[in-house]
Design a protein around this ligand. Structure first.
Ligand code: UTP
Length: 290
């Protein structure tokens, strides 16, 4: 079955990137000239997604404004002959059919996904974390949707991460099926060193069947007092089975300060407008480093 719906949770408080995220959603932080969440919406669209639900919260209205028409700005661009900028701005508002719902309290990623229950209905759907930009040849969301089509099971996008980092994510118990595809048999959110299954963590993307909602409704609040999507996916993996895709792509975590810097430097270096100048500038800077 083709996946046509996606949910983008973007309601978190972003405490790791304060003060930038005090009055501006971290999902709107730009990588050079494009907000993180636009990369994510574009990835979903390139993966065949038609309907998107963005989960927002107080103080996140700029996300809605970004994907809306901007008549005054459009008019000004047209009148001053800036056709290319006009086309670009209008295209953003036509990317997909985007809807919004507010998560009234930030009770965790699982709680945010639960807000999508009515939107999703009975169909399987993709989840793209609103602060995880992943650049790749084949969109990662598509890599996961393809695995869903093949196996008919929930799919987790995963990568191996260093041990000190996995303690902050979740650890997966996996068995290789073939190539980059794995059977996921168990998982644990924010494990201690003794609890590690492997260094594979779920990063930024999943495809889930609608049965996840009933599971979420019956999952107790977990690590950090939040309703953890990982805890619900654990039940899903044990009950129905789940597949892991060791995806191809470079991930930038826009929810932490180093991730933001890495994204800007790498995208800046290949940016068509400023890339070559930026490269020269960086060479000068790096030659001063010891
Ligand atoms: P994070 O755990 O990175 O978000 O969730 P956070 O809570 O904003 O981060 P810190 O720890 O305070 O810095 C991953 C994605 O899930 C969304 C976030 O907006 C982010 O895009 N999220 C998280 C929600 O939508 N609701 C929540 O209750 C929590």
């Amino acid at each position: 079955m083709k996946i046509k719906k996606a949910v983008i949770p973007a309601a978190g408080l972003g405490t790791r990137v304060l003060p930038a995220s005090k009055a501006m959603p971290k999902e709107m932080l730009p990588i050079v000239d494009k907000p993180a969440i636009q990369y994510i919406v574009e990835e979903a669209v390139k993966s065949g997604i038609e309907d998107i639900l963005i989960i927002t919260s107080r103080g996140k209205t700029t996300v809605e404004d970004h994907f809306d028409r901007a008549p005054e700005l459009e008019d000004r661009l047209l009148r001053s002959g800036k056709q290319q900028a006009y086309d670009e701005i209008v295209a953003i508002s036509k990317l997909a059919n985007i809807q919004y719902i507010r998560q009234k309290e930030t009770k965790g990623l699982g709680h945010a996904v639960l807000c999508a229950k009515t939107f999703v209905g009975g169909d399987p759907f993709a989840v793209l974390y609103g602060d995880d930009v992943i650049l790749s040849e084949t969109p990662v969301c598509k890599q996961l949707c393809d695995a869903y089509e093949e196996f008919g099971l929930g799919v987790a996008g995963m990568k191996e991460v260093p041990t000190d980092q996995i303690l902050k994510y979740c650890s997966l118990a996996v068995e290789n099926i073939r190539d980059n595809l794995y059977k996921v048999t168990d998982m644990i959110e924010k494990p201690s060193r003794e609890q590690l299954f492997s260094n594979f963590a779920i990063l930024g993307r999943t495809v889930l069947p609608a049965s996840i909602f009933e599971i979420l409704e019956n999952t107790p609040y977990g690590a950090g007092g939040e309703l953890q999507l990982t805890d619900a996916m654990r039940t899903l993996a044990k009950r129905e089975g789940m597949v892991g895709v060791d995806f191809e792509g470079t991930r930038y975590d826009m929810g932490n300060k180093l991730g933001i810097l890495q994204a800007i430097v790498e995208v800046g270096l290949i940016h068509p407008e400023v890339g070559s100048e930026f490269k020269e500038y960086l060479k000068k800077v790096t030659s001063r480093l010891s």
